[in-house]
Design a protein. Structure first.
Ligand code: NAI
Length: 251
């Protein structure tokens, strides 16, 4: 049928890693990539193993219990990807945490935890995947930045700093890997309805919803759509960028 061409999956044969895949934006992204024919390795902390198993049996993916901030997580991950799949084509750095407090009240543990998970762990994983050429040619790296990294957000100095850092990170890494056809981008969502924002103060949450360009809280699927597009072969000319999605209409 002529329409079969239109609906052919865009990522057949590709191996994709999504961190923080047990729920929220990561889960929606894993589902969306699988829908395009990718084999998805769904990584999350051991405490989320039940959700991971349920997701993977639904999408035919591979569950992986991995705290990305653990000692030598990057090395173990690289070794596993080589052993099981011979490498990886798509890496979505989605896992992220918040530990909100005004800076004067924020203890060092909360500062370090957010910097480690949201930024240091990502760079460590990319170093391991790039140095051993585990990430194959024509590969795709997508980082989850945030509107908070562009515009700031009350009580989120640590979180905003990591999300802003990723904007510079993708811009700097992109030209260094362009010769191999690898693209490196970030997406910067506005307020998205997930467990992460459920713990925000009421006023912050309502403001996020009302300022959103889609006139309500965005959905994980809205972000997954952009991430998936950036991972397609046709997006090979887009690199080094941070693209906003469901952002605040005014900024
Ligand atoms: P979420 O809190 O609903 O899900 C995050 C997932 O990451 C959880 O399953 C969690 O267990 C996992 N995770 C946390 N630490 C981990 C670690 N050390 N190793 C492996 N997995 C870990 O979060 P949500 O809302 O889905 O956010 C996903 C990403 O999008 C985060 O990076 C977040 O900062 C970013 N983002 C979210 C926005 C929102 O409004 N929800 C807006 C902008 C960015």
């Amino acid at each position: 049928a002529p329409n079969a061409v239109l609906f052919a999956p865009m990522l057949p044969g590709k191996v994709a890693l999504v961190t923080g895949a047990a729920r929220g934006i990561g889960l929606a992204t894993a589902e969306r990539l699988a829908q395009e024919g990718a084999t998805v390795i769904c990584a999350d902390v051991p405490a989320a193993s039940r959700e991971l198993d349920a997701l993977c049996s639904r999408i035919g993916g591979m569950p992986l219990e991995l705290d990305i901030a653990a000692q030598d997580a990057a090395g173990q991950l690289a070794a596993l990807l080589v052993e099981r799949f011979g490498g990886v084509d798509i890496v979505v750095h989605n896992a992220g945490i918040t530990r909100d407090k005004t800076l004067g009240k924020m203890d060092g543990g909360a500062w370090d935890a957010v910097l480690n998970v949201n930024f240091a762990a990502i760079a460590a994983i990319d170093r391991a995947l790039l140095s051993g050429r585990v990430l194959r040619d024509e590969g795709r790296i997508v980082c989850l930045s945030s509107i908070s990294g562009v515009a700031g957000n009350f009580g989120q100095t640590n979180y905003a700093a990591t999300k802003a850092a990723l904007i510079g990170y993708v811009a700097a890494l992109a030209p260094a890997v362009a010769a191999r056809g690898i693209t490196v981008n970030a997406v910067a969502p506005g307020f998205i309805e997930t467990a992460m924002v459920a713990k925000m103060p009421f006023m912050t949450r309502e403001l996020g919803r009302r300022l959103n360009s889609v006139q309500q809280g965005g959905l994980p699927r809205d972000v997954a759509e952009l991430i998936t597009f950036l991972c397609t072969p046709g997006a090979h000319g887009i690199t080094g960028n941070t693209i906003r999605v469901c952002g605040q209409g005014l900024i």
